[in-house]
Design a protein around this ligand. Structure first.
Ligand SMILES: *Cc1c(COP(=O)(O)O)cnc(C)c1O
Ligand SMILES: [Zn+2]
Length: 478
């Protein structure tokens, strides 16, 4: 597994300054814009075709040593092999999903769900953390921190405890975290700060603290994180046998994932390893619609790197003057100031992408339908499927298009939302979720309360259609 000479580079074409990979930077010191990792690929042997990417011999030590990130080393090779950190991330799957296709109105042959809930900490964040943690190790970091709606912190905490030589500090907006995620941070032993405020507040504070205290920041402003997340797309393409699909649909929060996908395709295309670009659809929650409002409402574009900063500033000033805060059940995308905004504008431009919002009602319904395929995801993940349904209804995505939706996190991250959907009474639903505009639970599967009595239990099973009584498991045909 080879290393590729790499450097950091400002995304602003008027600046385009470069920095050594040995530096710890979360923005360009010269102009304040985001940084990319760039490679001198001509100085390293590259595979001749995409099909040869990702094929690595089994390392000694077995499966645990195979990383779904580092096996794509030629595309993410900024670190020496001995510096690469892994906790076995990226053993995920691209699942053919005909039932969900039926729900969204797509040709049943053509929908695939990329299930990133299978990562060790239960979300796609582990792909990125492998990159960031590796860089932290390269530069001798001892303490790493992040602001989080929950999954970044779970991932950081898992990597810190597994590696044993780095401390983790986590900033969470108080009252804003799903229980599954909080439980992971606590159990893995991270110092967990519940900051009075929301994610956007926690994000602002952690950046200040990291600068002040020389702590290594692993949020997605960290360009090494996005390198790791590119490999989600390599695995999707691998699942499609390297035939590029028409659309990739992904939830958008801080817009790191969507940005990294755009970068992955730009690079594969530049190197001649794919011959066409898929289109990327980024789905915001309606309660956290910044990217949609800026792209569709204010017509903000990448514009070859000359982004109109005045439009962004005016939008944020408007949020502040109205006291508007992000508010959605999809807590992982409850973000109104996405730090990777500009990189995602670039991803939209190079892939001819689109941006939409999905309501919490549609997100929860989509989530329940995804589960009927035997795949459990958290609410934010189902924004991809809800967004796909909408884009098909609008006629933007063709019924015969080949589509991959990214399921970003595991169902057990937020069991509260799932149980409430399936079992809350109408009154409870209104009390808990009325503020999110969730009124119905079309795909509910309520638990049935029964007495501790054989006859009553059998009656309840028959009444629910669970068994017709003949005992053979037929549906009443004999
Ligand atoms: C972090 C996260 C997102 C949002 O990803 P961004 O890169 O911040 O846009 C979506 N879903 C889940 C489950 C997440 O953990
Ligand atoms: Zn710059």
């Amino acid at each position: 597994m080879q290393q590729v000479p790499a450097f950091q580079k400002c995304i602003n074409p008027d600046c385009a300054k470069t920095y050594d990979v040995g530096q710890i930077l979360s923005k360009c010191p010269a102009c304040g814009n985001l940084l990319d990792i760039d490679y001198e690929w001509d100085k390293a042997p590259l595979p001749k075709s995409a099909k040869d990417l990702g094929i690595v011999p089994m390392p000694s030590g077995g499966m645990g040593k195979i990383s779904g990130v580092w096996r794509f080393a030629p595309m993410v090779g900024f670190a020496k092999p001995e510096d690469r950190v892994t906790i076995g991330e990226g053993h995920t799957q691209l699942r053919h999903s005909p039932k969900v296709a039926d729900y969204v109105g797509l040709n049943p042959k053509n929908l695939f769900l990329q299930y990133e809930g299978l990562n060790p900490s239960g979300s796609f964040k582990d792909n990125g953390m492998a990159g960031a943690f590796t860089h932290a190790k390269m530069v001798g970091g001892k303490v790493a921190a992040c602001a989080s709606t929950g999954n970044t912190s779970a991932s950081l905490a898992a990597f810190a405890s597994a590696s044993g030589n780095m401390k983790a500090i986590i900033f969470i907006g108080d009252g804003k975290v799903a229980y599954g995620k909080l439980s992971q941070a606590l159990d893995y032993g991270a110092l967990t700060l519940l900051v009075r405020g929301d994610f956007d507040d926690a994000m602002a504070r952690v950046q200040e603290v990291c600068t002040e205290e020389g702590i290594y920041l692993v949020n997605s402003v960290n360009p090494f994180r996005l390198e790791g997340q590119k490999t989600i797309m390599f695995r999707v393409l691998e699942g499609f046998d390297w035939i590029v699909p028409d659309w990739i649909v992904v939830p958008g929060g801080n817009l790191g994932n969507s940005s990294s996908f755009g970068k992955a395709f730009m690079e594969l295309h530049k190197l001649g390893l794919i011959d066409k670009m898929p289109r990327i659809a980024v789905i915001n929650a309606e309660g956290a619609p910044t990217f949609d409002r800026l792209v569709n409402g204010k017509k903000l574009t990448w514009n070859g790197g000359h982004v109109n900063d005045a439009i962004i500033k005016e939008y944020y000033d408007g949020l502040d003057s109205r006291g508007e805060r992000a508010h959605t059940i999809a807590s992982a995308i409850e973000i109104n100031r996405p730090v990777n905004l500009k990189k995602c504008l670039r991803a939209i431009e190079v892939t001819n992408g689109v941006v939409r919002t999905a309501t919490d009602q549609r997100i929860l319904d989509a989530k329940a339908r995804v589960a009927q395929e035997g795949l459990g995801c958290e609410p934010a993940s189902a924004a991809s499927v809800a967004g796909l349904k909408q884009l098909i209804e609008e006629g933007v995505i063709d019924k015969d298009a080949r589509v991959a939706c990214i399921l970003t996190g595991h169902q057990l991250k937020d069991p509260h939302a799932t149980v409430a959907y399936h079992s809350a009474s109408e009154a409870d639903l209104a009390a808990q979720y009325g503020e999110y505009g969730v009124k119905t639970t079309e795909f509910r599967n309520s638990p049935v309360a029964v007495a501790n009595d054989l006859g009553e239990i059998i009656d309840a099973i028959r009444k629910a259609g669970g068994n017709d009584g003949c005992g053979c498991g037929c549906s009443g045909c004999c």
